[in-house]
Design a binder for this molecule. Structure first.
Ligand code: MOS
Length: 743
């Protein structure tokens, strides 16, 4: 048994063996008696009406139990508003719910659900549906929608203003000695977690159990309960393991309620698993976009103005744009800033969160423009950034809750070997390869959940402990990390603690979105475990049979489950056994700070990349990446490093590979399989070096955790694009950068 603190140790994942050996049950793997299988059918057209669905052949197939379409699917009770699932609210992915009428808004929109006794029969029957349409010309591309674009009041489900303004950007840019102006275009991106989205629904009378791949069990519970018009207490959502989500499982998309409706219809449990192809049309995506940057500076590199405009398509029902302008307005001490979103209605489902939603795309544009500015000024890119270092939040003037950006630049540069760099582009060669290096800054907001976060801790008389919270195991190692948090707060060895999670019957935690999972869940777990420890201490100092009787509670320390004050000691287990108690329990609540903020909160980092570009073939290989990040306290360096590494590799994928396009005439996505939608694989992955810089933060939450889920992706693509320029002398302002761009 060890007595060293568990927090900060690179512990292996407690669920690693179960996941690797397959004994972990993901939500589509629940062994349920009498299971039936649902297959979704998507619209072939992107715009128009369904004029008829002939299900005669499908229904005649053996084993087919139901064919649901807009003609026979019961209407939903309501579609709740689009609110990001950062609090205990419903969180539908869009305000449109399919199969309520005959109108088609986008290609792939669900138009039927076929249920059969096997998955194969359901799929086959679905292929036999004869659907007729009345088609109207769709609008899906930037070029088709540009002229209709408008400036929305707000974006992001109403959570962010459509315009950011401070100072006078016109005057700021006018007084600049040097200006860089650039337009960046981005292909749309899709989520491709290993596990596709899925829901299994089982009714017992009027009680519904959902096994759902979700980032928030309570978000699924509230959303589906409202859609079906049933009491929250009648819906239980279970989700122990999630095979990656990255925002695709943050909002609760319509397949969850459709599974429940289908199960009610056939009177048996229904499993609904999206196909890989359906993942491209059913769970939102990162929208195609164009960002226009104007950056002005004095000759000595002080920023005088930044203009950051974005144009993107959104759905017919929601004013959504990923917030590409948030961090770009905060990261530099520039007095004049203007950020404007313009969106247009298109035949698309509402886009959604995708890892570093907005930050990844927005910082790509800004950090490439900053690189261009440094080059124009003949200044080192890090030096330019240091000259514009924001001591306080540039928008609010508030001090940062914690920072660490200077240290990120310094230590990242040292590890990467930045000082040896020859700034001239196109001078380093190895045979046919042109070698270049680039860097970029990174920032990610520290979001706080909008509601109290709850957990429970229980200690058994055999000396084992369980802490519980309703969060799903969303793929990042939360069970491991929360065990560490509980062990330290209880004063127990980590081996004797266990984290139970993934069930709405447990205390409520908001959905794990916005990189806030580790911060908010650790806060609740820490509160519950601390409450339990304090309960034990106050009981034993008041217990005449305890050696600690009469001691001052503040003098009592706990280690390995033994409470000690001076030379006297008593243990958790002795106290329980003496009192014939099988266990003791306490609840904990963390109420996130709200109201008048006294601090600005942002997580900072710096990214470095080296690329080799084949002079003749235009092939780009990323040879190494270094990222230095200051995420507050690091609960487990192994799982934190994995998160950051994953984010950085996704940045590589974003920079060079990931792209989806709609056909301008059909409005359908071109790349709807992993054969066509390319994601980085091991063969693309270079050495990835992650440096964790711990900074103290006593504002964000009790343990000072700022989160690592998304910042790894911010700036990574920019560092690569800047390295491509350094290698070739060529600026590519289009993402992904492909071979054709470099020939
Ligand atoms: Mo994350 S993209 O905020 O679910």
């Amino acid at each position: 048994m060890t007595t060293a603190p568990a927090i900060g140790r690179p512990l292996d994942r407690v669920d690693g063996r179960a996941i690797v050996t397959g004994s972990a049950h993901f939500s589509a793997e629940m062994p349920i008696l009498g299971m039936t299988y649902a297959c979704l059918v998507g619209s072939r057209i992107a715009s128009g009406r369904v004029t008829g669905i002939d299900a005669t052949d499908a229904q005649a197939e053996e084993g087919v139990l139901a064919v649901l379409t807009h003609e026979n699917l019961p209407r939903i009770a309501e579609q709740p508003p689009l609110i990001p699932s950062l609090a205990g609210t419903a969180a539908p992915g869009q305000t449109f719910f399919p199969m309520q009428d005959d109108i088609v808004h986008y290609a792939g929109q669900h138009i039927a659900v076929v249920v059969a006794d096997t998955w194969e029969r359901a799929q086959h029957a679905a292929s036999l549906l004869r659907v007729s349409y009345e088609e109207t010309p769709p609008v899906t591309t930037l070029e088709q929608g540009r002229a209709q674009a408008f400036e929305p009041d707000s974006i992001f489900g109403g959570w962010m203003p459509g315009r950011f303004q401070r100072g006078d950007v016109e005057a700021g840019l006018a007084e600049a000695d040097v200006r860089v102006e650039a337009t960046f275009t981005y292909a749309a991106n899709n989520h491709n977690p290993i596990e596709p989205s899925n829901t299994t629904a089982e009714w017992d009378g009027d009680e519904l159990v959902l096994y759902d791949a979700t980032q928030g069990v309570n978000a699924t519970q509230i959303t589906v309960a409202r859609q079906l018009g049933i009491p929250l207490s009648k819906v239980r959502v279970i989700s122990h393991y999630v095979g990656g989500s990255f925002g695709s499982k943050a909002m609760i998309h319509s397949h969850a309620a459709l599974a429940a409706m289908a199960a009610r219809e056939v009177g048996r449990p229904v499993k609904l698993v999206l196909t890989r192809e359906q993942m491209f049309t059913s769970v939102g995506h990162r929208e195609e976009q164009e960002q226009h940057l104007v950056v002005g500076a004095t000759r000595d590199g002080r920023l005088t103005g930044i203009r950051h405009h974005k144009l993107s398509p959104t759905s017919h029902f929601d004013d959504w744009a990923e917030p590409s302008i948030g961090v770009s307005s905060e990261i530099y001490a520039c007095p004049n800033f203007e950020g404007v979103y313009r969106i247009f209605r298109a035949n698309t489902m509402t886009p959604t969160f995708m890892r570093a939603p907005g930050e990844a795309s927005g910082m790509l544009a800004l950090e490439c423009a900053m690189d261009e500015l440094a080059h124009t000024l003949g200044m080192d890119p890090i030096e330019l950034r240091l000259r514009n270092y924001a001591d306080v939040s540039p928008s609010s003037g508030l001090p940062w809750s914690s920072n660490g950006l200077r240290e990120c630049y310094r230590r990242g540069a040292a590890r990467f070997g930045w000082e040896k760099r020859d700034p001239r582009p196109g001078v380093r060669r190895e045979g046919n390869w042109l070698i270049g290096t680039g860097m970029a800054g990174a920032g990610f907001p520290v979001a706080l959940p909008g509601n109290p976060q709850r957990a429970r801790a229980r200690l058994y008389s055999d000396g084992t402990a369980v802490v519980q919270a309703a969060t799903p195991g969303f793929g990042t190692g939360v069970a491991t990390v929360m065990t560490q948090v509980a062990a330290d707060a209880l004063g127990m060895p980590v081996e004797r603690c266990r984290f139970e999670y993934g069930d709405t019957d447990l205390p409520n935690i908001a959905a794990a979105v916005g990189s806030e999972g580790s911060g908010m869940i650790s806060a609740a777990v820490h509160s519950a475990a601390t409450a339990l420890r304090n309960q034990f201490i106050s009981r034993c100092v008041a217990d005449a049979n305890s050696p600690l009787y009469g001691a001052d509670p503040v003098d009592v320390v706990v280690r390995d489950g033994v409470m000690t004050a001076g030379t006297a000691s008593d243990s958790y287990t002795d106290l329980l056994q003496r009192n014939f108690q099988p266990d003791a329990e306490a609840s904990g609540v963390w109420d996130p700070p709200g109201g008048d903020a006294e601090f600005a909160m942002l997580t900072f980092g710096a990214q470095f990349a080296e690329v080799a570009v084949d002079r003749d073939l235009g092939v780009v290989r990323v040879r190494r990446m270094t990222g230095a990040f200051a995420p507050g306290r690091v609960l487990n360096p192994k799982t934190a490093r994995s998160q950051l590494m994953g984010g950085m590799l996704w940045g590589l994928s974003q920079a060079l590979l990931e792209a989806n396009y709609t056909h301008p005439r059909t409005g359908r996505w071109a790349n709807t399989s992993l054969g066509e939608y390319l994601v980085a694989v091991n063969a693309d992955a270079p050495d990835v070096d992650v440096e964790l810089i711990e900074v103290e933060d006593d504002v964000v939450n009790p343990l000072g955790v700022k989160g690592v889920g998304e910042i790894g992706q911010v700036g990574a693509a920019a560092a690569i694009a800047n390295a491509v320029h350094h290698a070739t002398g060529h600026r590519v302002r289009k993402i992904p950068i492909t071979i054709e761009d470099l020939l």
